[in-house]
Design a protein around this ligand. Structure first.
Ligand code: NBP
Length: 480
């Protein structure tokens, strides 16, 4: 076997197979290996004419087919399978070779794997890949972590196969060391959860408060997609809502069971945010909303609980309300991204990754599920001030949310009055109001904690930690 392949792909299910084809279509010679050889053969039989493939049937043959430094992309089921594949290949590799894990790994696993492989002189690149099977074939958004040296060897190839933004820029960049790539991909998915929840709430309000049918709501979404909400998720929402079920003739959305699924990256985002102490309430509400929807028995047992139903609006009032929902959706979306970027900044600081937040927003402009025109504004905000404390501190976002807030409040009020749950919209508004509050009731919380647990409190007028004797004699003492 001659050593000719630029890259090897192992794990040739839908994602690995499509990424291998993407590399080949871009002129790279791709070595193929899969645990079950039938998959390798099927790929070559069906798509062998798309480029140069080297099909192999043993790990040794696969490794021998790769040019040095070897670049080996692992696209197997995340978790134990990834460790098994690394254990299988690492002993066959040499110093300077690169193992890339494009699966949806938890960033802590990536940190561990990178450390272990570094000790063996190997580079390990945990890489977020977004865009599903279509993106893998035609250009995903790619978020690699790992060492700078590995990016030098790998970067041009990843840029070539990645999606391109409207200005032609590749949607791939070196995110930072060890687990940075998988961390950013995780938060990307958390933001995706929040975006989807907010869109779902907007739909629910247009349906139940404005009284629009799905086909009409599709038109509203199509219009929104020509403005600042222009994004893949708004575009596909319009298509889904316009779709009629062939079997029943009913709106498709009405024949789909209202219980949402989740794979885990949204949950990881929230768990990690809790560990880092970052309030990602919009993402958390999105995860909980899916979870609540899945509790069919609980919902069934609670259906008779008292509460209002929305009263139908006039045609004119409904049109005005739809405009208000656009404002609420946009402002809530700004808050979701504010929270997500806060989490990335906190992860970057905690793990010393030096993540460029503006670059992150720019590589999400193509290929991935949350691609949106609005991401340019985030890049512009961080370009203007890389140390921006929060996206909401950016002048443009502050102006836009200020302009939206009356409608935002009106929409949340209408939802509450009509008994329509809007956990995403209201959590976003509560976050916004908490940020702008002169004082928060956290002062009372601190006093309570000192009362029952002697946890001490800090004062507004003096430095130090204080404790009050909450028995009969309420004297204050400096606990510091
Ligand atoms: P799957 O996640 O379904 O994994 C199937 C592949 O893993 C097959 O090639 C299978 O080999 C291999 N594999 C397993 Br399972 N256990 C193995 C083991 N112990 N040793 C060697 N190979 C093993 O494939 P996928 O849906 O293409 O996803 C691949 C990765 O990409 C996952 O980590 C996924 O989370 C991630 N991802 C998926 C998407 C998406 O939209 N689907 C998007 C982004 C990232 P076999 O053929 O011999 O069974």
């Amino acid at each position: 076997m001659s050593t000719q392949a630029d890259i090897g792909v192992t794990g040739l299910a839908v994602m690995g197979g499509n990424l291998a084809r993407n590399f080949a279509r871009n002129g790279y010679t791709v070595a193929l290996y899969n645990r079950t050889a039938a998959r390798t053969r099927a790929l070559v039989d069906e798509h062998g004419d798309e480029g140069a493939f080297v099909a192999t049937e043993t790990p040794e043959e696969f490794v021998a087919a790769l040019k040095r430094p070897r670049r080996l992309l692992v696209m197997v089921k995340a978790g134990e399978a990834t460790d098994a594949v690394i254990r299988q290949f690492a002993p066959l590799l040499e110093e300077g070779d690169v193992i890339i894990d494009g699966g949806n790994a938890h960033f802590e696993d990536t940190r561990r794997r990178e450390r272990e492989l570094r000790e063996q002189g190997l580079h390990f690149v945990g890489t977020g890949v977004s865009g599903g099977e279509e993106g893998a074939l035609n250009g995903p958004s790619i978020m690699p972590g790992g060492s700078k040296e590995s990016w030098q060897s790998l970067g041009p190839m990843l840029e070539k196969i990645s999606a391109k933004a409207e200005d032609g820029a590749p949607c791939a960049t070196h995110i930072g060391p060890d687990g940075a790539g998988h961390f950013v991909k995780m938060v990307h998915n958390g933001i995706e959860y929040a975006d989807m929840q907010l869109i779902a709430e907007a739909y629910d309000l247009l349906r139940r408060v404005a009284g629009y049918e799905p086909a009409r709501i599709a038109e509203v979404f199509r219009t929104w997609n020509t403005g600042r909400l222009d994004s893949y998720l708004i575009e596909i929402t319009a298509q889904v809502l316009a779709h009629t079920d062939a079997a029943t003739g009913r709106p498709f959305v009405d024949v789909v069971l209202d219980q949402a699924e989740q794979k885990g990256t949204g949950r990881w985002t929230v768990q990690t945010a809790l560990d880092l102490g970052v309030p990602v309430s919009g993402i958390a509400e999105a995860v909980f909303a899916r979870s609540l929807s899945g509790h069919a028995d609980l919902r069934e047992a609670s259906r008779e609980l008292a509460g209002p139903r929305p009263t139908p609006l006039s045609e004119e009032a409904a049109a005005a309300f739809a405009d208000q929902v656009e404002q609420a959706l946009y402002a809530s979306k700004v808050v979701s991204y504010t929270q997500g970027f806060h989490q990335i900044a906190a992860g970057s600081q905690t793990y010393d990754w030096d993540v460029d937040l503006g670059r992150v927003a720019s590589i999400w402009r193509g290929g991935c599920i949350i691609r949106a025109a609005f991401l340019d504004r985030i890049t512009a905000a961080y370009d203007k001030d890389p140390a921006l404390p929060s996206l909401l501190s950016d002048e443009r976002f502050a102006e836009e949310t200020a302009a939206a807030q009356d409608d935002w409040r009106a929409v949340v009020s209408a939802a509450v009055q009509g008994g329509v749950p809007v956990p995403g919209f209201s959590a976003a508004l509560a976050y916004y109001d908490a940020l702008r509050a002169e004082r928060l009731p956290a002062a009372l919380t601190q006093a309570q904690r000192d009362f029952f647990g002697a946890h001490t409190y800090r004062r507004t007028d003096r430095d130090g930690a204080f404790h009050t004797q909450w028995g009969g004699d309420r004297s204050e003492a400096d606990a510091g």
